[in-house]
Every structure is written in structure tokens, then in C-alpha cells.
Design a protein around this ligand. Structure first.
Ligand SMILES: Cc1ncc(COP(=O)(O)O)c(C=O)c1O
Length: 418
């Protein structure tokens, strides 16, 4: 008998048979409050009726119209509609199926457009698991060890992780920008640097929002040296952080390339990079593509997702419920010394567990995550040391569901830290 590869690590023992809104159900009918949303993917909740309807309609018309062979209506309409939410000037879109593929597409574009080989990433970055994306990933050796050699030419600059650095946010930004200047002076000369890739909120690296001034500092250096600024909004985009894009919290800095995936299509595999047409034109013809990019059903799901986000005011809801969640979590943390920091933007919230000496405490974080699952609240860990419990409910989450999650979390933490 065949079985799933043991290479997959399971965060919970749940076998899901059905999903509805913020809930997952198993075969016994047990209900779980899903604060993982498929790692930030099911933005409109599980099986939102408007997404289901749009997908069912599309499946009956055209499932796969391969986009280098034929064009199709959902792809063209989505391209127009994304123009309504993308920053001004990013008017050209290229589609793929996963976040990693989109990251690779951005790297290819940056190298073609600048004729330069190198890229700079920031400590704690996660940009994916394919070989190029893994080379850009520094969130943990678990994503890179034993699979090298990875592509060369990637330099790492500090990220302003104020809590870990033990600095104020302002000091951390100054430290990180100086570190970047140092990398440009010592490792990756500006004339050899094609792009800087950055997440406006570190995702797998521990749910750390970039403090004010950091992304603006990157923009200034990118302009000064002719380096492209690539914002990876795979996890932070589509309303997750209480603005449509997380970089809109960062002094409204406009990137040269923006990468989106995950919440874009409410669970269907779809990703995209957006850039000015003049920049996209610099990619060598035929250098980008893929069998499944811009799949018709995924595009129909993305169109319905955009409608739901607008009509149900989900960006505003993410901001409001995110504040409620952080306030509640800080109250729980006040009675649990192992939770040393609670931080987040919108509905992308992390609880960092540390020992009294400030060193990471992954064991307690993972016990709390498992205890929560036993109680019916599904959560994930993240961070280099896996000592951050993250909460990423769908954007449709209500105040009552946030309160229910807080009650369960409080119990899980109490059991764990007793
Ligand atoms: C910021 C970021 N970039 C890229 C990726 C890779 O996306 P995928 O897993 O769809 O390849 C992820 C996935 O978690 C991510 O969070």
C-alpha cells in the first residue's frame, strides 16, 4: 500500500473533510476554528459561496486555456481588475501558479532588466522552496541544508527585527540600513546588484513587521544605485495586514516589482508579479512561462475574491479584528511570562516565546500550539527557531470568533506554561 511521504511535517493531526468560513470539520463532525487559513491562503474563508459559484461556473466553461497557447477571458479580466488595486505604475502582470515560481520570475526579470547578477535579501527572509527561491531564503537552514549548492550571488543584509536585536524600532531601522550599506560596500557592489527582495512583514521568519522608515530606506538606496526593489507580498498581500498591500503601511513606498500569491485566489494555485510595462519589456522574450500559470479556474476564483474583499469590506475587517486579536493576546501574554512579545499587522499576528534569559523557547511555543489544536483552535508556528505561534485567520473572521479564539488560546497557554 502506498502512503504519503514522511518528508511532510504535519502541524496538526486533523484530517479535514469540509471547510466553511473560518471553520474546518473532520470526519467525526468535530469543528475546528481555523486560524491557519491554509498558511494565509483562504482569504475569504473556506468555500466562500461567491467563490464556489464563480469556480463552478468557470469549470463548466473552460478549465485550462494554456496562456502561451491561447488567452482566455478570466485572465484578461483579472489583469484589468488587478490594475484597480495595484500601486500606480505597476501596470503589467505575469502569472504563475505558486509563490516560489513568481519569486523566480521576479529574479529572472531583475537579472535580465539590469544585466547584473546579484540579489540582496534580508535576514529571516522566506521566498520559497524552489532552488532559486531557496537561495533567497534565510529564515532557517531547514529550508536550505543538504540541497546545495544553491545559486550564487545572494547577499544577506540585516532585517530590523527590533525585539530580537533588543533595540527600539528606530534604532533597529538605522542598524539594518547601515548593515545594507555595508553589504553594498563589502559583498555585493551596487553595479553588480540587480535587486533587493524584501517581505514588508517577515513571514516564516517570525511575523515581524518592518518598522516605519525601513522600506523607504530601501527605496532610497534602490534609486541611488539603480537596483530594483522587489516586494514579496505573497503572504502579506490581499488585505491580510489591514491595508490591501502591506507596503502601504510603509510610507506608501512603491516597489519596482510586487509579488502576490496565496490570498489572491482564495485557495486556488495562482501567483503573479506586477511591474511597470517598460520594465517587463526588458525580460527576454520567451524567458518566462509555465504550463499552469494563469489557470482559468484560478483566475475566476481570484475575480470572485476581489469582489468579496470589496463588498464585504474585508480589508477594513482585517484591520479591526487584527487590533482586537492583538489586544486580547497581549492580555494573555501579561499572565504568561513565556510569551515575550506579541506583534503583528492586521490579521498576521505572532506570539514569540522566550526563556527568562531572552533566548528562544520553541518547546513551550510548540506545546501551546498543540494544546490549542487539542482544544479545537488550529495554529502554526514560525520563526527561525520555531518559537513564534502565528495567527492568520481568514479575513472574514468576526469579533465573536476572535473572542472564541482568545478564550481557547488562553486555556492552551495556561495548560502549557503551568
Ligand atoms: C513571503 C513568501 N514568499 C514566497 C512563498 C512561497 O510560496 P509557495 O509556497 O506558494 O511557493 C511564501 C510561502 O509561504 C511566502 O510566505
Amino acid at each position: 500500500m502506498s502512503q504519503l511521504s514522511p518528508v511532510l511535517k504535519q502541524a496538526t493531526p486533523v484530517v479535514a473533510t469540509r471547510g466553511e468560513g473560518i471553520h474546518l470539520f473532520d470526519a467525526d463532525g468535530r469543528r475546528y476554528l481555523d486560524f491557519t487559513s491554509g498558511v494565509g491562503v483562504t482569504s475569504t474563508g473556506h468555500c466562500h459561496p461567491r467563490v464556489v459559484e464563480a469556480v463552478q461556473r468557470q469549470v463548466g466553461r473552460l478549465i485550462h486555456g494554456q496562456y502561451t497557447t491561447v488567452l482566455h477571458e478570466p485572465l484578461l479580466t483579472l489583469t484589468e481588475r488587478l490594475g484597480e488595486v495595484l500601486p500606480d505604475g505597476l501596470d503589467s502582470l505575469f502569472y504563475a501558479a505558486s509563490g516560489s515560481e513568481a519569486v523566480e520570475a521576479a529574479l529572472r526579470l531583475a537579472r535580465h532588466a539590469t544585466g547584473r547578477p546579484n540579489a540582496i535579501v534580508f535576514d529571516g527572509s522566506f521566498h520559497g522552496r524552489t532552488m532559486g527561491a531557496a537561495a533567497l531564503t534565510t529564515a532557517g537552514t531547514r529550508f536550505r541544508a543538504g540541497i546545495g549548492p544553491l545559486i550564487p550571488g545572494i547577499a544577506v543584509a540585516p532585517f530590523p527585527y527590533a525585539f530580537r536585536l533588543g533595540m527600539s524600532e528606530e534604532a533597529a531601522v538605522e542598524y539594518a540600513l547601515r548593515g545594507l550599506d555595508h553589504v553594498l560596500a563589502t559583498v555585493s557592489a551596487p553595479g553588480e546588484t540587480a535587486a533587493m527582495f524584501v517581505e514588508p512583514v517577515l513571514g516564516e521568519g517570525g511575523y515581524v513587521p518592518a518598522p516605519a522608515g525601513f522600506v523607504a530606506g530601501l527605496r532610497e538606496r534602490a534609486d541611488r544605485h539603480g537596483i530594483l526593489l522587489v516586494l514579496d507580498e505573497v503572504q502579506t498581500g490581499f488585505g491580510r495586514t489591514g491595508r490591501f498591500w502591506a507596503h502601504q503601511h510603509n510610507d506608501d513606498v512603491v516597489p519596482d516589482v510586487l509579488i502576490t500569491a496565496k490570498g489572491l485566489a482564495s485557495g486556488f494555485p495562482l501567483s503573479a508579479i506586477a511591474a511597470p510595462t517598460a520594465l517587463m519589456r526588458k525580460a527576454w522574450p520567451g524567458s518566462q512561462g509555465g504550463t499552469y500559470g494563469g489557470n482559468a479556474v484560478a483566475c475566476a476564483a481570484a475575480l470572485a475574491t476581489l469582489d468579496v474583499i470589496r463588498d464585504e469590506r474585508l480589508v477594513e475587517n482585517a484591520a479591526e479584528q487584527g487590533r482586537r486579536l492583538v489586544d486580547g493576546l497581549r492580555k494573555v501574554a501579561a499572565g504568561a511570562p513565556a510569551i515575550a512579545d506579541v506583534r503583528g499587522l492586521g490579521l498576521m499576528v505572532g506570539n514569540e516565546f522566550c526563556h527568562p534569559d531572552g533566548s528562544p523557547d520553541p518547546a513551550t511555543a510548540q506545546r501551546a500550539q498543540r494544546a490549542a489544536a487539542d482544544l479545537g483552535l488550529l495554529l502554526l508556528t514560525c520563526g527561525t527557531y520555531l518559537n513564534v505561534v502565528r495567527m492568520i485567520p481568514a479575513l472574514v473572521v468576526t469579533a465573536e470568533q476572535i473572542d472564541e479564539s482568545l478564550a481557547l488560546w488562553s486555556k492552551a497557554v495556561a495548560v502549557t506554561t503551568d
